[in-house]
Write a protein that binds this ligand. Structure first.
Ligand SMILES: *Cc1c(COP(=O)(O)O)cnc(C)c1O
Length: 299
């Protein structure tokens, strides 16, 4: 399946005034520039899944996500471009006239939305429940929440080819951890992988991620920069993102990359990194998720 990217991702240097020369360099891999509707890591996690659907004569991809989900938005857009149908199973019984900007976007892209109670949604990974769902929708190829299956992992490995060698640390936000695991598997050299969890208590993911990792990278999940929990934000985070944009012209998102960059800054200031550290942060995209705070951001 051919989707033409808006721009090829590139590595951008962050001015040293941001890190007060406490480390050697901080760069950011701009996956956010890939496509105006299918940003960042979702492009990589979905591409092989869509290939698989096509190869198996499925004309519909069915997947799962919350009302602000970047994965649902990206799936809706990518399937629309591919000329295929998509079904989004949404967590929560939203009224049709009270949808979030993300869900309205999904509808505009032609996605069919089905609303599940939290209880029903919690079965999303239950094999038996999925088997029944598959029977009911024979033309659907079912992709798990966040695109976190082996084809998502395979796609995420390709991100590693965009990473030049020589970095001591690679930082990435984690949801399912598929992106981090894929990059780690695809990396031809060793670096410390730092995964920033955007939710409370995300450290548990360290063990799950390590199950999918084949390489030798040291992996650490950092969960102290959740700002109140998944999808939660504070004035401190918003101000930080505005300051960061003013200095770099790089827009961050409130759910994932804003929290990661704040964490990087905080850890640089507290002396976690050696002076010789060369840090690459992955900008995984997700800017559509800023819809709810648009009027508080300067971009
Ligand atoms: C989905 C998403 C992530 C998390 O990716 P995983 O592969 O699920 O860990 C990180 N950043 C952004 C911007 C995302 O949209």
């Amino acid at each position: 399946m051919d989707i033409i990217p808006d721009k090829i991702p590139f590595v951008q240097n962050i001015p040293s005034s941001w890190y007060h020369h406490k480390v050697e360099r901080v760069d950011i891999l701009r996956l956010d520039v890939l496509h105006h509707h299918v940003s960042g890591n979702k492009w990589y996690k979905l591409k092989w899944n869509i290939e698989h659907a096509l190869a198996n004569d499925k004309d519909t991809v069915l997947t799962f996500g919350g009302a602000y989900s970047n994965h649902l938005a990206a799936t809706a857009a990518m399937m629309n471009i591919a000329g295929l149908r998509s079904v989004g199973m949404v967590k929560g019984l939203y009224a049709r006239d009270k949808l979030t900007p993300t869900l309205n976007f999904c509808l505009e892209q032609g996605m069919e939305l089905k609303f599940l109670s939290n209880e029903e949604y919690s079965k999303k990974d239950d094999r038996q429940w999925l088997a029944v769902l598959q029977e009911q929708h024979p033309a659907c190829y079912i992709v798990p929440e966040g695109g976190g299956n082996h084809l998502g992992l395979k796609g995420a490995e390709e991100i590693a080819s965009l990473i030049p060698s020589g970095y001591t640390h690679i930082a990435v936000s984690v949801g399912t951890g598929t992106t981090l695991a894929g990059i780690s598997n695809g990396l031809g050299h060793s670096a410390n992988m730092l995964g920033f969890a955007p939710m409370k208590g995300g450290r548990y993911m360290e063990a799950i991620i390590k199950e999918h990792v084949t390489g030798t990278q040291h992996i650490e999940i950092v969960d102290e920069y959740h700002f109140g929990g998944f999808g939660k934000t504070t004035d401190i985070l918003i101000n930080f993102m505005n300051d960061f944009y003013a200095l770099t012209t790089i827009p961050l998102d409130i759910v994932y990359t804003g929290k990661m960059m704040y964490g990087i800054m905080d850890r640089i200031q507290s002396g976690y990194f050696d002076a010789g550290s060369r840090i690459l942060c992955i900008h995984t995209g997700g800017l559509q998720g800023n819809g709810s705070v648009e009027n508080r951001l300067i971009y």
